[in-house]
Design a protein around this ligand. Structure first.
Ligand code: FES
Ligand SMILES: [Fe+2]
Length: 349
């Protein structure tokens, strides 16, 4: 069960950032599943994405500038259309040097903007933009301004980051803090799971009695946790009429680095008021996971076989099964069949 080094999910929408990350007339650099990407917004507000490598001599286009529908490379000023990636101009050419510049192309990526979220489609065929075979996931509550936004890079392959995030058994050991829970408060839990689109859901339930952080929200919170390929985890907590949406995107930068971006959207007044404190808490959590990943790398460097046991590791098994089923459906052109079956999982944490 060792995670392969390049085994990314392709032909799928990756989270590219918040709308507010990309200002009008500006570009930002991203790395997604091994691809360098320049993500930009033109003067009219339209978002686009191009491979962040100039076909001339490889300068990053994201360090260039936007000029009337083209990106100008910072090195020699070649200009590429933001829609088609075709080279529109090579300033160093003289009269009579009639090159067909349009034949030189930078790879483009389909992008979508939905509420506050930006999505980028990464196809398996590196030569083409790829025609999206699906729509990005929709999170209706994520059309508002983010209350909290943090990110951290883990030094591991995305598979370890994802299964580490969904692992229910590490909490009392890795996240041992007075305001969360301890080894001593461990007890048996049973949670109902069901398949959802390209993923699975821990169906709506009241959080465990030993989850102190939920108590802060007051009332009787009900939470539903969803995971979807390639690595999108959402937790929607409802307290009366109010909602807290915790959105986590786990994105492979390359084979050995993975970015975790954690964003909260809410209309819950107390959560908003406490957000500076919650930020510190969420940061501590991420930091603890990152430190454990660094320790784990010492063992993983020897490429051992891993043991995934019983219900506490079932979600990890589902993740690998989902990846496999998605890759198979893309390869064979057959319909994707979700391998997850509704089930109650039991573990102690
Ligand atoms: S490297 Fe981009 S124009 Fe030369
Ligand atoms: Fe964790």
């Amino acid at each position: 069960m060792a995670a392969s080094t390049t085994n990314f999910v392709f032909d799928i929408w990756y989270f590219a950032g918040l709308s507010s990350d990309v200002k009008r007339g500006k570009m930002v650099r991203r790395e997604i599943a091994g691809e360098p990407v320049t993500l930009g917004r033109d003067e009219n507000g339209k978002v686009f994405a191009l491979r962040d490598i100039c076909p001339h001599r490889a300068a990053p286009l994201s360090s260039g500038c936007l000029k009337s529908g083209t990106v100008e490379c910072p090195y020699h000023g070649w200009r590429f259309g933001i829609e088609d990636g075709a080279c529109k101009e090579i300033p160093a050419l003289c009269d009579g040097q009639d090159m067909e510049t349009e034949k030189i192309k930078v790879r483009t990526f389909p992008v979508r903007e939905d509420g506050a979220l930006l999505w980028i489609f990464i196809s398996s065929d590196k030569r083409f933009a790829g025609t999206p075979c699906i729509d990005p996931p929709r999170f209706a509550f994520a059309d508002r301004k983010a209350t909290l936004d943090d990110s951290l890079t883990l030094n591991c392959h995305v598979d370890h980051a994802v299964i580490g995030l969904m692992d229910p058994a590490h909490g009392p050991y890795v996240h041992r803090q007075w305001w969360w829970r301890s080894e001593h408060s461990m007890h048996e839990k049973a949670k109902d799971f069901a398949p959802v689109e390209r993923g699975f859901s821990m169906v709506a339930h009241s959080p465990s009695s030993n989850s102190f952080a939920y108590k802060l929200l007051g009332g009787k919170p009900v939470t539903e946790i969803n995971f979807r390929l390639p690595g999108i985890r959402t937790e929607e907590i409802k307290v009366g009429k109010k909602t807290v949406l915790s959105f986590t995107a786990v994105t492979p930068l390359d084979e050995s680095r993975t970015q975790i971006r954690q964003i909260f959207f809410t209309d819950h007044g107390l959560f908003k008021a406490l957000s500076p404190l919650i930020r510190i808490g969420a940061r501590a959590f991420l930091r603890q996971d990152a430190d454990m990943v660094d320790l784990q790398q010492m063992g993983l460097a020897h490429d051992p076989t891993l043991l995934l046991v019983e219900d506490s590791d079932t979600q990890a098994k589902w993740y690998f099964a989902l990846k496999k089923a998605w890759a198979k459906s893309r390869k064979t052109g057959s319909a994707f069949v979700n391998p997850v079956k509704a089930k109650t999982l039991r573990w102690r944490s």
